[in-house]
Every structure is written in C-alpha cells, then in structure tokens.
Design a protein around this ligand. Structure first.
Ligand SMILES: [Zn+2]
Length: 251
C-alpha cells in the first residue's frame, strides 16, 4: 500500500498563492481512494503520473474550498470525461446540501455520474468491496466535518480531517498504523484547527505506529514543517514525518 501526497497545503494563503498545492492525497491499496481534492487535482495528477480513471472512491472531509474545490472536476476525470458512470463519493451531509452554501457541494449532474454517493455522520461505518471506512468526528466551524479510520489491505489508517482538539477526539483513533494529521498552524492557536501543542496531546493519547503531518498553512513559509515533526517525535516518542508535495509513503 502507498499514500501519495499530491498537495500538502491548506488554508486561504495556499489556495490563493500556492506555496504548497492543496490537492490532497491518494490512498492506493486494493482500491484507490482520493482524499480531499482541493484546487490543483488535474495539474498535480499530471505532474506525478496519476491516472485519475484508476480512482475508485473519493472522500471529502468537509466542503471548504481547500479540501473540496476540485471534487466535481475529479468526478469528471474519474468517469472518463463523463463517459462512464463509476466511482463512489463519501462526505459529510453538508457536502450534499447546496442550500448550506459552504462553497462546494455535489451537483445533481455530477451525482448522476457516480455509482453512488454516501453522506456520513461521525461513528457511521461503511463497507465497500475491499475496504471499510468509519467516519470520525471533527470539530471545525459549522461544517459538520469528518475524518476517518480506513481499514484496507490489513492496515488501519486514521485521518483527522480539519479539526481542533476536543474531549473524545483521541478515543476514535485506536491501534492506528498510519495517522494522517492536518496541522494548519503550529505556533499560533487557531479555532477549528490543531496546533503543535494539541497535536502533541493527540499523539500521546493515540500512539499510532507512524504519523504524517499535512495541510500546512501560510505560517509554514517561515516555520519548517520538518522541525515541527521532529519536535513532535521527540516529545511524543511517536515517529512523526512531515509530508511535502509529491511525497510517496510506502506502508
Ligand atoms: Zn476547513
């Protein structure tokens, strides 16, 4: 199994300036799952030799632009430019209700191109051919955002989505082989997001075999993501790595 990090930036600064891309990552095992397709999906897939027609499923954690902007674009690409109905989309209920006006939602047109789309609430488990997905709770503005615990190819992968720390966050991520953690800012606490101190708490409580940080915001123009990963490793005794655009992690 491998994880391909196409775009590891997050937030408005990266959406508008692209110090890092915001196109998300792909979990490639028996099935290929594209996670959080923010702006840059087509460009970055071409750059790193990804065939989007091989993607089986899409997971969107919440409907903010930096995580979901290219969802409909990706649906067109994975369906052979709309010629072949295929694929499945998982996301929070807020992604499927255009009236909520978060910026991105699934259009009827694009819904019809998919085999299925599945609104998920935290705690809900779904099984789909070769993988099982459990939606986890996130606390991120009013988006009703989610993360996941994914079981595929004998591995358990956790993903926080965008969330701040809250009581019960860690309980959702037990016995995790790889924990993918969004950390928009390290030093500056920011509502709705993890910072290095709350991330440390999460790592100490969950003790994953390996953790990878991603979705770095504008603060990392000055702060080195690798330094934050190193600091977290030494404090938590968990192996913590910082992802970068184009990083491929073999698991
Ligand atoms: Zn967000």
């Amino acid at each position: 199994m491998e994880i391909i990090f196409l775009g590891t930036g997050g937030g408005r600064v990266n959406v508008t300036h692209r110090f890092r891309s915001t196109s998300g990552f792909i979990v490639r095992g028996k099935k290929q799952i594209y996670v959080d397709p923010g702006p840059g999906v087509i460009e970055d897939s071409k750059r790193y030799g990804i065939r989007l027609t091989d993607i089986d499923a899409i997971f969107v954690s919440h409907p903010h632009l930096d995580h979901a902007n290219d969802m409909n674009v990706l649906i067109e690409a994975m369906t052979y430019a709309t010629n072949k109905k295929r694929g499945i989309l998982f996301g929070p209920e807020t992604l499927f209700n255009p009236k909520l006006e978060f910026g991105v939602s699934l259009s009827k047109y694009h819904a019809n191109l998919l085999d299925d789309y599945v609104p998920l609430k935290a705690g809900k488990k779904v099984k789909y051919e070769d993988f099982q997905l459990m939606a986890t709770r996130a606390k991120h503005d009013n988006t009703k955002g989610i993360g996941f615990v994914l079981e595929m190819d004998g591995k358990r992968i956790g993903y926080t989505g965008d969330t701040e720390y809250f009581e019960g966050l860690s309980d959702q991520y037990r016995n995790i082989d790889l924990f993918i953690i969004n950390i928009l800012r390290a030093e500056h606490k920011w509502e709705g997001h993890l910072d290095k101190d709350s991330c440390l708490k999460l790592l100490k409580e969950t003790k994953p075999k390996l953790a990878v940080l991603t979705r770095f915001g504008g603060e990392y123009i000055r702060t080195k993501a690798e330094d934050i990963a190193g600091w977290l490793s030494s404090k938590s005794k968990v192996n913590v790595l910082a992802s970068y655009d184009g990083y491929v992690l073999k698991l």
